[in-house]
Design a binder for this molecule. Structure first.
Ligand code: NAG
Ligand code: NAG
Length: 465
């Protein structure tokens, strides 16, 4: 009797140990998924037996409340209690179930899918589970580089922005040799869409500059070429990068600018700064339709009917006593529309005129009397020509040593940044920038033919072409 008993125990022990041989196996490493794409969460029974007749339950083991991701039971999917966000996105493959493979296909991965999953398999005689760690990476939008303009020292301000990344990406600037350039600390924001990053760099030399944004396994790069033969280098970079199997995206809006700078500060004004065509194209996207406001014009001035030209009409003045909005000493006129936010841009042809000022003015500026100076202190940000020399009224006067004579002046204003940037459109050379200004109220385009009289009858022309 004892013997039989022992034998039975022995036999049942064998049976038990046989069922314990089945094991649910998951991946050893975390599974990396890319937002928007599909991913397989591996899970299978070893040694392989069909799990068609078993219960397969996928759940989020890192969640407290609702956990069910996918349930297969009694030969079919039973997903009524499934977590809402997984609806219609999970799938087990029938043929694979026959082969002991209970891997879950998860489609259109979301950032919220990141976490720990449990694959639980249960038959009448045994059950086991395995854990799958899922890491999600979201590849954001291609970085966009914008030119913020030049500062006093001739440094070109470039800003790079990109959004929609997960986890928090790393942003860096690289020169053409791939050497990382130092810049300010990156601004990072988290929102439902992932992380967005923004960074500014100041460059003093020409050449290619890359803005690279990367997470562990993905990166996007945008190139800005500050030398002249841009299109050739774009193409080269694309080829080189694909060879390097780098996901390389160049956004449509690539702007390039080039600042040539003498490193010695005292020689700064002698240096010529050249902006290349693409930068001009970029600035022109902010062009506004400037129409000169004859009501603000000095009485000597002739403003054309379309408000696009102004000249000194050289006529005798009927001095009016009443208060007026007109300039009474400067031969000046404002644009009809003012701007109190964003960026705006306009061009004024100054060719053949020997006395002129171009820029912007605050709405509240004093327009009368000869005491006003066309300086930021008085609400004017201008550059101009007098006695054959170029000037800006920037505390108190600065003579600008320009190697070219501006023919058509481009004025670019970034209101929030307090930036006003002047350049000559014809030669694409930098004239002057005001940076770090603080504006209040509206800014109006300002065009001026000098003080009290101007014998040169050449008009200043607002260019819209
Ligand atoms: C188990 O796997 C082996 C080899 O991978 C295969 O030949 C066999 O058909 C599988 N068994 C079942 C039940 O699917
Ligand atoms: C399990 O099935 C998935 C498809 O659902 C497949 O990608 C994977 O290779 C299979 N695993 C094994 C070990 O056969």
């Amino acid at each position: 009797m004892k013997f039989i008993c022992l034998t039975l125990m022995f036999v049942s022990g064998i049976t038990d140990s046989r069922s314990e041989q089945y094991e649910v196996v998951g991946p050893a490493d975390p599974v990396f998924a890319v937002a928007g794409e599909d991913v397989i969460l591996p899970c299978s029974v070893k040694p392989n037996i069909s799990v068609v007749d078993m219960r397969v339950e996928w759940s989020r083991s890192d969640r407290k409340d609702s956990q069910l991701v996918h349930l297969y039971e009694d030969h079919e999917d039973r997903n009524t209690d499934q977590i809402q966000s997984y609806r219609e996105r999970t799938k087990l493959i029938d043929q694979e179930l026959q082969r002991g493979n209970a891997s879950l296909k998860l489609s259109a991965v979301r950032v919220s899918d990141e976490g720990r999953y449990k694959c639980f398999i249960e038959s009448e005689s045994w059950s086991d589970d395995a854990t799958v760690d899922v890491r999600v990476e979201a590849v954001g939008r291609p970085p966009v580089i914008t030119v913020d303009g030049f500062d006093h020292s001739g440094g070109l301000h470039l800003q790079c922005e990109s959004e929609g990344w997960y986890p928090e990406p790393h942003l860096e600037w690289l020169d053409s040799e791939g050497v990382s350039l130092s810049s300010e600390t990156t601004e990072t924001h988290r929102n439902t869409d992932g992380f967005s990053v923004k960074n500014t760099i100041i460059v003093y030399h020409s050449g290619k500059i890359h803005c690279r944004v990367k997470v562990k396994r993905h990166m996007l790069e945008t190139l800005i070429d500050t030398s002249n033969n841009m299109f050739i280098s774009w193409r080269t970079s694309v080829i080189m990068s694909s060879v390097a199997a780098v996901l390389f995206v160049i956004t449509g809006l690539l702007i390039a600018a080039f600042a040539y700078k003498n490193r010695e500060r005292d020689q700064l004004l002698q240096s010529q700064k050249i902006i290349i065509k693409q930068a001009v194209t970029h600035l022109r996207t902010h062009r506004v339709n400037v129409i000169l406001d004859a009501d603000s014009a000095h009485p000597r001035l002739d403003v054309s009917d379309d408000g696009k030209q102004v000249r000194d009409g050289n006529r005798e003045l009927n001095l009016v006593d009443e208060e007026t909005d007109k300039f009474d000493e400067y031969l000046a006129v404002l644009g009809k529309d003012g701007f109190s936010s964003g960026s705006f841009y306009f061009e004024v042809q100054v060719k053949d005129q020997t006395k002129w000022d171009v820029g912007v003015a605050r709405e509240s500026v004093n327009r009368t009397g000869w005491m006003i100076s066309l300086s930021p202190e008085d609400g004017y940000w201008t550059v101009g020509l007098r006695h054959g020399k170029y000037w800006t009224r920037d505390c108190p006067y600065v003579s600008l040593s320009l190697t070219v004579k501006p023919q058509r002046v481009g004025v670019f204003v970034v209101y929030e940044k307090g930036l006003i940037y002047f350049y000559d459109v014809e030669s694409m050379s930098h004239i002057h920038s005001f940076t770090g200004q603080s504006f209040t109220g509206k800014l109006y385009p300002f065009v001026c033919l000098g003080f009290q009289s101007n014998k040169n009858s050449t008009p200043l022309i607002i260019c819209d072409d």
